[in-house]
Design a protein around this ligand. Structure first.
Ligand code: SF4
Length: 82
């Protein structure tokens, strides 16, 4: 799951910091019957029909030294949203 979305909600202990919260549309997917493809695709603003909604969920890949992301468009999006 892209980390930019949950990380946007983490408070910063600096009153001058402008928090830019990314609000996702739609409902949480069912954990007992998750959608096919990337489980996040119904709510992801970067989802691509025919890619993200098909097949198996993406595998976790290293992004830099200390982070990882599971996204089929990771290279295409340049890791911007993770
Ligand atoms: S695989 Fe597709 S739906 Fe899933 S996080 Fe990446 S862009 Fe969004």
């Amino acid at each position: 799951m892209p980390a930019a979305f949950p990380l946007s909600a983490v408070p910063v202990a600096d009153p001058r910091h402008q928090l830019e919260v990314i609000r996702l549309e739609g409902d949480m997917p069912s954990p007992v019957d998750p959608p096919g493809g990337c489980h996040f695709h119904p709510r992801c603003p970067h989802a691509k029909v025919g890619l993200c909604d098909l097949g198996r969920p993406p595998s976790l890949e290293a992004v830099g030294a200390a982070r990882a992301a599971a996204c089929l468009r990771l290279a295409e999006l340049g890791g911007v949203h993770v």
